[in-house]
Design a protein around this ligand. Structure first.
Ligand code: NAD
Length: 366
């Protein structure tokens, strides 16, 4: 992609890609803004070691586009953007590195809003916040919504219930055999929600100590993390890594539903089609896992209000039903149906923008 970067930008509708550098503090960062049609571009700051600068640019661009779709499909009035800092998050972080980034972000006057991502923490967000108000993800004591894993899990639960309704005629998860893979910020509360639903929960994590702790807390079964794909279960709930639906795992699945929080669950677009052909109902990742984002950004329109935020997250149930409906009527995989919802919303917002003026009612306040 990157040797033809301008072609790629026009093919996929990117607005801009910016490079930030400050040698004094060792900052090298890329900001990709995919779309500001629905509102300011928003998306986290990732810190990672990349094999090349072009790899970093490609990652920032891919992730920014993903954010556009996620917000659009969730009905949040934000566009998609992402910052990637090139560097090792274990050894190359400093207060001033993040403050330098904050200054660059501030100079954009709200065109881009940032947050936490792989390799960055709420502490890092506090540093950015020293230089700019344009930070979404913050600790509660810093004025933010705090940790969002629980809200993400609640959203996954809604999507799962919508899938259950379609598959078995009832959203009830009682007695359903569900395998939860990964017991981190999302998987842990996910297991708890499912136990409360009286589902038969089996957990798997490569971290044996974590798995033992969750097993003891909730009295659930455990399984070897390598066996989750072939598990004898009704629902597979991936809450660890991406790429779990691929050429190797496809023929192993015995479940009727795949619904979890992991990002980029389909290794390739074709795998969405393959699941459909096998009669497995797939909850598109960015539909099912939008809960944390919906909860986190809610405060931009009226301040932190946990109840209001969770009410918005609950709407993922209806959103998932809509995805299923489009998938059935248009005979396309659910993954594509989700894209259609997002693309249609963006196209309509673009159309009304032709009228001119400001979208005063939908702009977030800082
Ligand atoms: P986390 O790092 O807190 O937890 C991940 C867990 O998965 C860890 O316990 C880890 O040991 C385990 N794990 C890793 N590889 C595994 C494997 N092969 N088999 C079984 N377990 C394995 O991450 P998280 O914040 O809970 O996020 C989980 C997934 O959901 C990620 O893909 C993330 O991008 C996505 N996601 C998270 C949120 C959120 O609110 N945190 C929101 C949207 C999407």
């Amino acid at each position: 992609m990157t040797e033809h970067i301008f072609n790629y930008m026009s093919n996929y509708g990117y607005e801009k890609v910016l490079l930030f550098q400050n040698e004094d503090v060792g900052l090298r960062a890329i900001l990709a803004i995919h779309s500001t049609v629905l509102g300011p571009a928003a998306g986290g700051t990732r810190m990672w070691t990349y094999a090349s600068d072009l790899d970093a640019i490609e990652d920032a661009m891919r992730l920014a586009r993903g954010m556009t779709y996620k917000y659009a499909a969730a009905g949040v009035n934000l566009g998609g953007g992402k910052v990637v800092i090139i560097g090792d998050p274990k050894t190359q972080k400093s207060e001033m590195l993040f403050r330098a980034l904050g200054r660059f972000i501030n100079n954009l006057r709200g065109e881009y809003l940032t947050g936490e991502d792989v390799g960055t923490t709420l502490q890092d967000m506090d540093y950015i916040r020293m230089e700019t108000p344009y930070v979404i993800t913050l600790a509660q004591e810093s004025g933010g919504a705090g940790p969002i894993g629980g809200a993400t899990a609640f959203g996954v639960l809604q999507a799962m219930k919508a899938c259950a309704l379609e598959t078995w005629g009832s959203p009830d998860l009682q007695g359903r055999k569900i395998v939860v893979q990964g017991l981190g910020a999302v998987g842990h509360p996910m297991a708890e929600y499912l136990v409360k639903e009286n589902a038969h929960v089996t957990i798997a994590d490569i971290d044996a100590a974590r798995m033992a702790q969750v097993q003891q807390t909730f009295g659930v079964k455990t399984m070897d993390a390598r066996e989750v794909f072939a598990a004898d279960a009704d629902i597979y709930c991936p809450c660890a890594l991406g790429g779990v639906v691929n050429d190797e795992t496809l023929d192993q699945f015995r479940v009727k539903i795949i619904c979890g929080s992991a990002n980029n669950q389909l290794r390739a677009e074709k795998h969405g089609d393959a699941l459909k052909r096998r009669g497995i109902l797939y909850a598109p990742d960015y539909i099912a896992n939008a809960g944390g984002t919906v909860f986190d950004t809610d405060r931009l329109w009226g301040g932190v209000n946990a109840q209001r935020g969770m009410n918005k997250v609950a709407k993922i149930f209806e959103r998932m039903r809509q995805v299923i409906e489009i998938s059935k009527t248009q005979n396309i995989p659910t993954s594509l149906a989700a894209d259609r919802i997002a693309e249609e919303r963006i196209a309509q917002a673009r159309a009304i923008k032709k009228i001119g003026g400001y979208n005063q009612g939908t702009l977030p306040t800082f």
